[in-house]
Design a protein around this ligand. Structure first.
Ligand code: HEC
Length: 456
């Protein structure tokens, strides 16, 4: 031992000195170092948990007051350390997103230290002002210009398998309007039973969407199980994701005569529950056409080219893990990409979105490495990247059909493309706006994200 000390580097000696310090006066050191709810933890919960964990949502408990949170401390620690909560399934080192509720390593360490330290309340005077979450029935962005409601109740039986249902409602719109914001409201009683709802506009927006460029979601040949046209996606509602407000001068089009399709996924909760959903729209003033129109479209993995989604070659052999499929979409004009969201079923494991620039440079935009079918999460880019015509959007999906996948209903099945949850899918939903060549040049010269755009 005598000779050991001189072998240590100065840095190691500092570390030893630091480690030794608390031992000198353990009680005092612990008091000062243990994070407190009021000072350290409440701000984290406000930012990353309360959007979902508040009254009248599908989350199991409210995480607002110390009294509500304290009994869950151990469970919170487990869920936070394993990064199950908040749900956020991407590689955090790739891309920058906003909003981004995920916790940094430092924040996770704070939660751990707080729980291990006995989850103390601390000084209530340290609490940040509480957030005024809107009442569950209030519209978050103001009074809507139009509310469209399901025309009958969805009756969710007390018990049974998950239900996937469609309701079509008329908008009654007699002229085209541009949407500034949109919000979906299941009824108060129904909210806990709604897993998610896709809301589509059934309308003839070929010219707007660009018929030749993107596979039409309302391709007249494409029908849902009831024979209704599928429509263009407006929003996907899920716990924590109830509405969208678009950037200045940016919107989605809702056309005269449009119908709304509510495509809901419900689960039973032990008692019969009725739900009737509404969607509220805030419009731009009559006659105003925002400069940028948002288009939602799907990139398919397992498709050799832009067209022919019905021939999707998704093929997932029994027992296989990391089954990879690729899809490519060539941009015929410049776009600005707003968000990315994966859609797969029980065997879904991961998905990546890459841009292959016209000069051949490849840029990984988002890596969903921990896909979980239970969550529908759109990842919005903080600095929406722009791409010129000729860029290829490349989407790669990974499925796990092995018995190690806890959600796998049957590892002996050969799985292909299909609507049933026991079939699978590999869709990358993208929200983007088309840009004129001039706007693209402006963005590009302003340095807005042609290069490491999504990532800086
Ligand atoms: C996007 C919505 C959402 C966000 C954000 C979110 N949660 Fe959750 N949380 C849920 C839902 C829904 C469940 C129930 C389903 C489940 O257990 O996965 C849940 C479950 C939990 C559970 C388990 C409860 C039980 O019954 O055992 C804990 C603990 C938890 N969340 C803590 C947190 C904490 C802490 C945060 C923030 C750091 C957070 N959650 C953020 C939606 C959310």
């Amino acid at each position: 031992m005598k000779n050991a000390l001189p072998l240590l580097t100065p840095a190691a000696i500092l570390v030893l000195a630091f480690l030794a310090a608390p031992a000198a006066s353990p009680a005092a050191a612990e008091d000062a170092d243990t994070p407190t709810f009021s000072r350290d933890i409440a701000p984290i919960f406000q930012r990353s948990c309360q959007r979902c964990h508040r009254p009248e949502t599908a989350a199991p408990m409210s995480l607002i007051t110390y009294e509500q949170i304290r009994p869950w401390a151990r469970s919170i620690q487990r869920r936070v350390e394993s990064r199950q909560m908040p749900p956020w399934h991407i590689d955090r080192t790739i891309g920058v997103y906003e909003p981004d509720p995920s916790l940094s390593d430092e924040e996770i360490a704070l939660v751990t230290a707080w729980v291990d330290g006995g989850a103390p309340r601390g000084n209530p005077a340290d609490l940040p002002p509480s957030i005024e979450w809107p009442d569950g029935d209030a519209w978050e962005y103001g009074e809507p210009d139009l509310v469209v409601e399901m025309q009958e109740d969805m009756v969710v039986p007390a018990e049974g398998p998950d239900l996937f249902v469609n309701f079509i409602a008329d908008t009654g719109l007699t002229e085209d309007r541009y949407i500034r914001w949109i919000e979906v409201k299941p009824s108060k009683a129904g909210r806990p039973t709604v897993h998610h709802t896709m809301v589509y506009a059934i309308q003839d927006d070929a010219e707007y969407v660009g018929e030749d460029f993107f596979e039409r979601d309302d391709d007249p040949n494409r029908r849902d199980a009831d024979g209704n046209p599928v429509g263009s996606l407006l929003i996907e509602y899920a716990v924590g994701n109830t509405g969208d407000i678009y950037a200045e001068n940016t919107g989605k089009l809702l056309m005269a005569g449009a119908k709304i399709r509510f495509s809901g996924h419900y689960h039973s909760l032990g008692e019969e529950i009725r739900d009737r959903q509404r969607v509220g729209f805030g419009f731009y003033p009559k006659g105003v056409v925002p400069k940028h129109r948002i288009v939602s479209t799907r990139l398919f993995a397992g498709l050799p080219s832009n067209r022919g989604w019905r021939n999707n070659e998704l093929s997932i052999p029994p027992g296989a893990d990391n089954v990879r499929h690729d899809g490519y979409r060539v941009l015929d004009r410049p776009i600005q990409l707003i968000s990315f969201q994966a859609h797969m079923h029980y065997r879904g494991k991961g998905m990546e979105l890459e841009a292959i620039h016209p000069d051949g440079r490849r840029e990984l935009l988002t890596r969903i490495q921990n896909y979980d079918f239970n969550w529908q999460i759109a990842y919005p880019y903080k600095h929406p990247p722009v791409f010129p015509a000729g860029t290829v959007l490349h989407v790669t999906s990974y499925h796990d059909n092995s018995e190690n996948n806890p959600y796998n209903p049957d590892p002996t099945a050969w799985v292909g493309w299909g609507n049933r949850t026991v079939d699978d899918m590999a869709i990358g939903w993208t929200n983007f706006v088309f840009l004129s060549d001039k706007d693209y040049e402006e963005h590009a010269t302003a340095g807005a994200a042609t290069g490491a755009g999504a990532g800086d």
